[in-house]
Design a protein around this ligand. Structure first.
Ligand code: B1M
Length: 213
């Protein structure tokens, strides 16, 4: 894969071209390159641009949904290659992940979940609009070391604070730590609520690795 293929992946998502996104994903899966960097700089960069165009009033809901479809189609195809990428290493540690209650944004969370799985984590994805007790219950059931919560709205990010408190109060034997992310969150926010922050999906992998080391 060449650097300019990242541009083609970016374009396929921005244009909402599902067939092109699939074709590029298949090509990428067969190539011996940096799969994760290609995902982040190609497809993920594309969906971020779609978001900007929506905010700028250039795109409306159909284009937004179409861009998300192209992104999801590519990630569907890449999942096996991303898993194989980890070289059959045993799962390192459990991660329970979800988007917090009241929040339906799941594209970024899905990307984080996929890349964590690709790096050997055992990922338990609860989806979006996840109540606090569901995170805690699944962490208890699976003995997960990380509870990861995404929030895209300023009105829902406060649930991350409640989650830290709920996890602490549950006193789970695996003593999970909380990882937070999503556009309105920051290092400062995470420090304030007693969590760990990751800026994007690739850094979430590095941060999660450091958390279980
Ligand atoms: Co909404 N939305 N949305 N939306 N939406 C935003 C977030 C917004 C910034 C747009 C805007 O108005 N400027 C705005 C929030 C404003 C705010 O609170 N400050 C907003 C709003 C207001 C709303 C509604 C309230 C609109 C309405 O109905 N009036 C509504 C809320 C619904 C709800 O959740 N209850 C709503 C609805 C929707 C759609 C359903 C149409 C759709 C979501 C579809 C879906 O996810 N299935 C949608 C979308 C697509 C967006 C934007 C355009 C794009 C989000 C996205 O997918 N980005 C967004 C504007 C924007 O972000 N520029 C917007 C691509 C994705 C790859 O990036 O999610 O940031 P992101 O994830 C990144 C990082 O943040 C990080 O890594 C990811 C990959 O690098 N990350 C983590 C994310 N989670 C992480 C977790 C981690 C670590 C890193 O560890 C646990």
């Amino acid at each position: 894969m060449q650097a300019n293929d990242h541009e083609a992946m970016f374009r396929a998502v921005v244009d909402g071209d599902v067939a092109r996104a699939r074709a590029l994903a298949m090509e990428l899966a067969e190539a011996h390159g940096d799969l994760l960097a290609a995902v982040e700089q190609g497809f993920a960069a594309g969906i971020r641009r779609v978001g900007e165009l929506w905010e700028e009033g250039e795109y409306f809901l159909p284009e937004l949904v179409q861009g998300a479809e192209a992104m999801k189609a590519a990630m569907e195809l890449l999942r096996p290659a991303l898993k194989a990428n980890r070289g059959g290493a045993p799962a390192r540690a459990g991660v329970v992940i979800g988007t917090v209650r009241g929040d339906l944004h799941d594209i970024g969370k899905g990307l984080v979940a996929t890349l964590l799985a690709a790096h050997g984590f055992e990922v338990h994805d609860l989806g979006s609009d996840v109540p606090l007790d569901a995170f805690v219950t699944r962490a208890r059931e699976t003995g997960s070391r990380i509870v990861a919560a995404s929030a895209l709205l300023t009105t829902t990010m406060t649930a991350q604070r409640d989650l830290v408190r709920a996890v602490d109060a549950a006193g789970l034997p695996s003593r999970p730590r909380v990882l937070v992310g999503g556009a309105p969150t920051s290092e400062a926010w995470a420090a304030e609520i007693g969590a760990t922050h990751a800026e994007n999906a690739l850094s979430a992998v590095k941060v999660a690795e450091a958390m279980v080391r």
